[in-house]
Write a new protein. Sequence first.
Lengths: 207, 258
Amino acid sequence: MIAIIDYEAGNLTSVRLGLEYIGVECEITNDPVKIASAERVIFPGVGAAGAAMEGIRQTGLLEPIREVVASGTPFLGICLGTQIIFEFSEEDGGTPCIGLIPGSAKRFTPSDPMCKIPQMGWNTVEIRRPHPLFEEIEDSSEFYFVHSYYPAPSDPAYIIGETEYADVRFASAVGKNNLFATQFHPERSGRIGLKLLENFSRWNGKC
Amino acid sequence: MLSKRIIPCLDVRNKKVTKGVRFQGNIDLGDPIEMAVAYSDGGCDELVFYDITASAERRPIDIEMVREVGRVIHIPFAVGGGIETLDDMYRVLLAGAEKVSVNSLAVKNPPIIAEGARQFGSQCIVLGMDPVRCDDPRFPSGYEVTIRGFRERTGIDALEWAKRAEDLGVGEIVVNSVDADGTRDGFELSLTRMISTSVRIPVVASGGAGTPKHLIDVFNEGAADAAIIASMIHTGEYTIGQIKDELVRAGVPIRRKW
């Protein structure tokens, strides 16, 4: 069973539909007991960092999230879920976040005024080091992105995949032990994205 | 590099995909679910569904169709037509759509767009606009916004409306040229370029796609971030793969593997 954490930050339907399509059992939940006992956990989210952190505090999920990651349960962050596992986000005037990986989420500040924000659409992910979640996925495959802020880990050792947009090469996939997180949406990235979800559904949390 | 997006548009009426010229004389083309799967497997980057009679028949959008689409394709899709309330938006998103497209509603009730963007996130609120060429000093951009499928003029300047929508918090604007719709004579490049270079959010060109050359032009000259196609693939004249091959040859950044 995969627990999809519901902290009232956006629409979780597409994640559920993606997992159901590949035949993986899942449940959308904000119950700390179910999260603690899940075989794997997905931490999605869209919207703004400030409201998301507020939602996490109000639903009492801050400690349960930290504990399930510390316990070694395979954990997948997606989009906003990825940004707020860092220590800090520049969004909403600066938002302290969960702090599971050292670093922050930074705003795109392109020099070209014609460069659109958010980045919306398909972009390539260059795999920087092999990871079980990228198994059987070709290097430079394209995934679907929608975001105005990007993950910036303070230690490059956490970078698994990189993507270029708005004058920066940013960490579009990061990993630390049983924690893996993508800025892109695997559940919206067609067959290749479903492959990543399938890899996650079999992952034991080891690299 | 971020790829330009190719977005097939499925106008749905009575559970069938249909296509007309300038919103008139529609003929049925096929089953929306089967077509969605075929286009997704064929390499389209996103899809958009318009329940084109929901608004006129004053009924809510066909939510069961949205659910079924969400179950079978796993790329982003937008849904429009018959969205009247925040609850309508919520139901469409909860059924599995990535985005809701609002058009007449945005003109009639702008605050609801701002509220939708605040509640669900800007990225899932798409403004659809149907500008028509209009040589009248009241419209400095040369285009007036129409609603209800060109049946009603609004007195609003197209460029001014695009900027206003950006301020309201929409995440993307679909510019559907009434003059070019269904003609297959090419996109209205100057209109697309004017709007795309005046806002900071992505702009999707719509109306007039007939050949791969039209798409090359709308990305290069029209500065579009994405383009909607319909007749040229619905008729079977082109496949998405063929269109993408031509775009790649022309040097347009395009998603090539799926």
